[in-house]
Design a protein around this ligand. Structure first.
Ligand code: CUA
Length: 269
């Protein structure tokens, strides 16, 4: 049988195209690391989400190195948490479940886009190399508030990523000889414990105390300040914890003789 040369060329071209299509699809499926969401995340009882180790206290968890886990609960019509912050150059695994109906968890501008089904945990791991802001929204119609269901994912520069906060409660004025305290509260937004030393410097007095702040908790350290030893005057104080600093000034005034100390009270405001 004689096959015309043009026929052979077209046959060959068709074979090349078919092989090319298959190669493209295969590469698209496995090459760039895109995985289908499967049931690896496991199942969960939607009625007992609050007692679940992962979802009872949702949020960002540092699991070591550059790896983070973010646990999110979806419900009509919000995500908990709805503000998520992770550092750049991190590998983040999201675990998302629903309390009520089917939602989605879609991070705009990324390939994070999964259905969130009650009873199931959707799990996906993503690498964030650059700082940026991404909207989170629900792509599955879930009721009248569906269009308001949104959140924000912020990828911050590594040096800015820190979930610690320090706040200090200190009187402005105290009578010499009276007891006073300067209270420093350290909040730990991460889910792992934070060990740090809280220090207070005032005049030539120095205090320090080691604290362990539980994940997602806070600890308050009370520093009793010896005003008799300070004597009257203006004293700058500085409190530090975990690289954070707060400062202010305490006035130690003469005791008001014979009065009930009504003046001294105003400093506590
Ligand atoms: Cu939740 Cu739409």
């Amino acid at each position: 049988m004689n096959i015309h040369t043009y026929e052979k060329v077209w046959l060959a071209a068709a074979m090349v195209l078919i092989v090319g299509f298959i190669a493209t699809i295969t590469y698209g499926a496995v090459g760039p690391g895109i995985a289908m969401i499967d049931d690896n995340g496991g199942t969960i009882d939607p009625a007992n989400i609050n007692d679940h180790e992962r979802f009872g206290d949702p949020g960002v968890e540092h699991v070591g190195g550059n790896e983070y886990e973010v646990n999110v609960v979806a419900q009509a019509w919000l995500y908990t948490p709805d503000q998520i912050e992770v550092p750049e150059n991190s590998e983040v695994t999201f675990y998302v479940t629903s309390r009520d109906v089917t939602h989605s968890f879609s991070v705009v501008g990324t390939n994070i886009n999964t259905m969130v089904v009650p009873g199931q945990v959707s799990e996906m791991t993503v690498q964030f190399d650059e700082p940026g802001e991404y909207g989170i929204l629900c792509n599955e119609y879930c009721g009248e508030g569906h269009h308001t269901m949104e959140g924000l994912l912020t990828v911050v520069p590594e040096e800015e990523f820190d979930l610690t906060e320090l706040s200090v409660d200190a009187p402005r004025e105290v009578e010499a000889g009276n007891e006073t305290t300067i209270n420093a509260t350290v909040s730990n937004g991460m889910q792992e414990d934070l060990e740090t030393t809280v220090t207070l410097e005032i005049g030539d007095q120095q205090y320090e105390e080691d604290v362990t702040v539980a994940g997602d908790g806070s600890e308050t350290v009370e520093f009793p300040v010896d005003t008799t030893e300070l004597g009257t005057g203006e004293y700058d104080w500085t409190v530090t914890a975990d690289g954070y600093e707060d400062s202010g000034t305490l006035s130690v005034v003469e005791p008001t003789d014979g009065s009930d100390g009504g003046d001294g009270g105003e400093g506590d405001a």
